[in-house]
Every structure is written in C-alpha cells, then in structure tokens.
Design a protein around this ligand. Structure first.
Ligand code: GLC
Length: 434
C-alpha cells in the first residue's frame, strides 16, 4: 500500500506544529513537555527529512540525564502549568540532573539506544552524524548501566519498574493487583487536567490516579534515591514489554560500543545480553506457554495477557521455538482485528477497546512488533502490520492511539509518534538485527 503524499505532508506538519524549537511535544493538546520514549520515536521520524532536528531532539532529552545515569520520563523545558503532575508536583532536587532541568523522578522504556542506531543508519555515514553519535553514545551507555546497577532482578538480565508510568503502558491491567497494595496518601485526582480535555471514559480511573500519585509521593519521601527506591518501593514489577525494549536496545548499544566505546563496554553489554537469555526462564509460564510479567512483592507471575508479552519478539534474543506460541497467538489476533494488535487480549475480562492501554491499538507498538516479525522472517505478518499502520493513519489521522475494531482515533489528536512512524514507513526503514 502506497503512502499518499498528503499523509506524508500531514505527518511533517504534525511534528512541526508540536515542535518547540529544540524539542517536540507528544501533542500540543494535553502534553506540555518532552517525554522520553516519545522523543526517541520523534527523532527517528525527523531523521527521514531533517537530520539536525533529529539530533536536537535526542540531545535535548539527554540534557536532563541525572548524574547517576537515570534518564527521566518527562523533561520540563518550559513551565507546564496546564499539565498535572508538573515540575513543581514532582519536586525533584535540581542538582540531580547535569543541566538542572526540571524533570520527573522516574524513567521510561529505554528505546534510545535502538533509536540512536536507527537515526545513524537513516542519515548516513557523515562526519556530523558520527560526532553526534560519539557524543550521545556514553550517555546512553550510562543509562543502561544505571538499570543494571539499581534495577536488575537477581542477575536475570531483566530489570524492574517502580511505577506503572515507567512501563510507558501506564494504565495496563498488569499493574492492577500490585497497585491495590499501595497505601493511598491523598485524593490527588482532584488536580487532574487530562479528564477535562479528553473523554474520561478513555482515561485511567480516578482511584488509580490516586495510587499513581501516592507512589510519586513515596519516591519523593525517599529523596528520589535510586538505592532506597529499589529497596523500599511499594511497587516492583518485572515487565516483559519494558525488558523487550531494553534487550533490543542492548544489541544496538553493543554495535554502538564497537564504534564509539571501548572493550570494557563491549564486554559488559555482552554480559547483559547473555544474562537475559538465561534469565528469561524465570518469566516463562508453562501453562500458558508464554513469557509473562512478574510481581516481585507478591513473588508471582502476573496472569493477564497484555501486549508486553508479545513485545518480546522485538528483543531479538530468544529462540524462535521459545516464541512459537506467541507467534500463533498474535497471528490469530491479527485475523480478528483489522486495526492492529490490541494492547490486551480480548478475552481478558478487563478488555476495553477504547480505554488507555486496556485493549486499544498503538501505532508505535505495532511498528516495534513489525520489526520483530521481520527479524523472525515472518514477512507476511510484518507486511500486514505495516499496511495496518498506514490504513489507520489514512482513515483517522494522527491520534495518540486507536480502537482496534473500528480505527477510531482516541486520546489526544495531532499526535507526534504516529506521524513519525508513517515517515519511517514511507522511507521503508526497517531496523532488525543482522
Ligand atoms: C502517556 C503514555 C506514555 C507516553 C505519554 C506521552 O502517559 O502512556 O507512554 O509516553 O503519554 O505520550
């Protein structure tokens, strides 16, 4: 399916309208700052037509990196009073970040190493690109080191998250049971700004919002100190989706380390990759024949089948035989749904096609899955997903996410990441492990 020139122009216009000089908003509606993994997808999109902006986007994000290597999930380059929680609500000690930029105190899926390798591949081998790559590489490496220093689950090569927002799949049903244990310390939902702008039926419930913010308050009380949070957080989950991205990014980091790093870096990254391969056994549910996320506090696998389990096809570390059942499940779902992989299995009682991360289809996730299909030589499925992404954008425009049955665009409109993905598809960018 050919992408129309109008759709391409609209993608560029969307990114330009959301751009604030050196960084880009996920959408000028609702999201008033730079978000970590959004910025990486946005940079990948810019790489197809505006190299300088791609580098600026990544460099602006890494400006907020903490001294200990952590890369925050939101960077408040400007005041964002219309957003909750904003910089004042997070109240992170300014000294934590190199540049003293206000930011959130948690992180997000580490897609940056993958994004950096992709941007370098798209813009070509110029001296300018090499200089940017060399400057960014040690920062990305420092972030991965931070994960393995503070967040590794028992030498498994897998890391844990301490807030649902870290997963990037904020409202997934995976967190529900673990969140019930968190002590609620306030009725924070009263300060919400999202539900006055977007249909509340599509957003997380108020009760869950109170828990999200109670967790933020808990981390604040712990002074946002990585060691203390890793020890005492009321929420610790090893999420398959997050780890799929980390694992895939480790491969990219390895190739970047060979180019810009040193032998010690290479050895260290190889160690993380090897650990992941053996550690994966801990997360395999024999009955379901599926890798599932793990609640560290209750010491149990999380039963729901959300898209995080499928995202492991993107990691590029597991053998095809280990993923066989995952492939067949995904294939079935792609027959049922015309508009992309739903974020939750439709037989789950919590499935809601239109609610945030509880069944809805997300273009950037579909794109990552597509790369996984290419890697495992499932060409037809990859093509099918690629067509799906194009049809979604043609039919509904650039939305935060979509209803996988009807293609209805939901959440904020004029959204950056679907626009970036369409630009990548137009240039036929694929980036799979060789
Ligand atoms: C929501 C999403 C998260 C995303 C952010 C900005 O919080 O769940 O993944 O990064 O919005 O788009």
């Amino acid at each position: 399916m050919k992408i129309s020139e109008a759709l391409i122009q609209k993608a560029k216009r969307t990114l330009e309208a959301n751009r604030r000089g050196h960084f880009t908003l996920p959408s000028k509606h609702l999201y008033a700052a730079q978000w970590n993994w959004d910025a990486v997808f946005i940079a990948m999109g810019y790489a197809t037509y505006n190299e300088a902006q791609a580098w600026l986007e990544l460099e602006s994000l890494f400006k907020a990196q903490w001294e200990n290597g952590m890369l925050p999930h939101i960077v408040f380059h400007e005041s964002a009073e219309q957003y909750y929680p904003n910089a004042q609500d997070w109240n992170v000690p300014v000294a934590y970040s190199h540049s003293k930029l206000p930011c959130s105190g948690i992180t997000q899926p580490p897609v940056a190493a993958y994004g950096l390798e992709l941007v370098l591949g798209v813009v070509g081998n110029t001296a300018e690109a090499a200089a940017h790559g060399a400057a960014l590489y040690p920062k990305v490496m420092a972030w991965h080191k931070w994960f393995y220093e503070y967040r590794q689950y028992k030498n498994s090569g897998f890391v844990f998250i301490t807030h649902p927002w870290e997963s990037g799949r904020d409202n997934s049903v995976l967190w529900d049971k673990a969140l019930r244990r968190v002590q609620i310390t306030g009725r924070y939902h009263k300060k919400r700004k999202d539900t006055s702008q977007i249909n509340p039926d599509h957003r997380p419930l108020n009760a869950i919002y109170d828990i999200y913010m109670s967790l933020v308050e808990e981390q604040k009380t712990l002074g946002y100190k990585a060691t203390l949070i890793a020890e005492r957080s009321s929420f610790k989950v090893v999420d398959m989706g997050f780890n799929a991205i980390l694992a895939r990014s480790n491969w990219s980091l390895l190739s970047l380390a060979r180019r810009f790093g040193n032998k010690d870096d290479v050895r260290q990254i190889e160690g993380w990759i090897a650990a992941f391969k053996t550690g994966s056994k801990l997360f395999y549910d024999e009955k379901k024949q599926l890798y599932v996320s793990y609640d560290m506090i209750s010491g149990s696998h999380i039963g729901h089948e959300d898209i995080g389990s499928y995202m492991l096809i993107f990691a590029g570390t597991l053998e095809p035989a280990e993923l066989q059942n995952t492939f067949s499940r995904m294939e079935k779902l792609l027959h049922t749904f015309s508009y992309g992989m739903p974020s939750l299995h439709p037989e789950d009682p919590n499935f809601e096609a239109k609610r945030y991360w509880r069944g809805s289809s997300w273009l950037h996730i579909n794109w990552l899955l597509m790369q996984g299909f290419y890697y495992y030589n499932k060409e037809a499925l990859a093509q099918q997903l690629s067509q799906t992404c194009i049809r979604l954008a043609e039919k509904s425009g650039y939305y935060e996410y979509y209803d996988p049955y009807t293609a209805e665009g939901i959440g904020a409109s004029h959204f950056s990441w679907p626009a970036a993905i369409i630009l990548l598809l137009e240039k036929k960018v694929r980036m799979v492990l060789s």
